[in-house]
Design a binder for this molecule. Structure first.
Ligand code: ATP
Length: 236
């Protein structure tokens, strides 16, 4: 399978403190990749580098074969890469409809198309059209975040900690939607600290510890080796 997103020897730092120490990762086109690893391993930092929110200090990031390290988030969004950040990134003081319209501004879609895309996938959002995003439940806000990503018609969707603060049942539901999105050809990279739900829908799993990807394999293989990989990565 051809790679849609490829990282080679990526280093990144906050000030003088380097936290990514040479990440190699190949994301096959159309795959769902679960990116796992303990707290502080560098998963969110890697997502920031991939989405242009942070610049790698060295190494290569390729999207669809083009070198994109240093490209701004909006340029990457136009190139088909969309990220749902940790904490979801919805505007709490705007309504569901306003959140969706703002997100769709970057693309070519009309307002009607934006609503059609969002509400077909998440009918519950249609019922909450005029509700302020910040007054919805965590699960509904995550649906809105996913809908906002979908209306940009992404080729690659990066999701950071979909499960954060949500009940297991809702997390399962959201991962099922993510799997349906992937079935329509969207490549998905899902960062998760709690592996099970992500592994259930993933085609591949990557494990990060200490700023490097230390394993990349099928979910079954990674699930078996996970404890050892985490412990080898020093959880303390
Ligand atoms: P978590 O699951 O806890 O979010 P993670 O694997 O996503 O962990 P990162 O958030 O990428 O890990 O953090 C990697 C390292 O970078 C950690 O040591 C963290 O303290 C540090 N770090 C993260 N964000 C910043 C920041 N804004 N400024 C300075 N250091 C940071």
């Amino acid at each position: 399978m051809a790679a849609i997103l490829e990282l080679q020897d990526v280093h990144a730092a906050y000030g003088r403190i380097e936290v990514l120490h040479g990440v190699d990762l190949t994301v096959p086109r159309g795959a769902v990749v679960a990116l796992l690893g303990p707290n502080g391993a560098g998963k969110s930092t890697l997502m920031k580098v991939c989405s242009g929110r942070m610049r790698a200090t060295s190494g290569h990031v390729h999207l669809g074969g083009s070198h994109v390290n240093g490209a701004a988030p909006d340029a990457l969004a136009r190139a088909g890469l969309c990220m749902i950040p940790e904490g979801r990134g919805v505007f709490p003081n705007l309504t569901v409809a306003e959140n969706l319209r703002l997100s769709g501004l970057a693309g070519q879609a009309t307002t009607a198309q934006i609503y059609e895309t969002a509400f077909t996938r998440f009918p519950r959002l249609a019922e909450r059209y005029d509700q302020l995003a910040g007054s919805m439940s965590g699960g509904e806000q995550q649906m809105l975040a996913m809908a906002r990503a979908l209306v940009t018609n992404p080729a690659v969707l990066l999701v950071d900690e979909l499960s954060m603060g949500l009940a297991p049942l809702i997390v399962r539901e959201l991962y099922e939607v993510l799997a349906q999105i992937a079935e329509q050809g969207v490549t998905v990279v899902a960062v998760e600290q709690f592996a099970d739900m992500a592994l259930a829908v993933a085609d591949f799993a990557a494990v990060m510890t200490h700023g490097r990807v230390v394993a990349f394999d099928e979910p079954g293989v990674v699930r078996r080796d996970l404890a050892e990989l985490y412990l080898g990565g020093d959880l303390g």
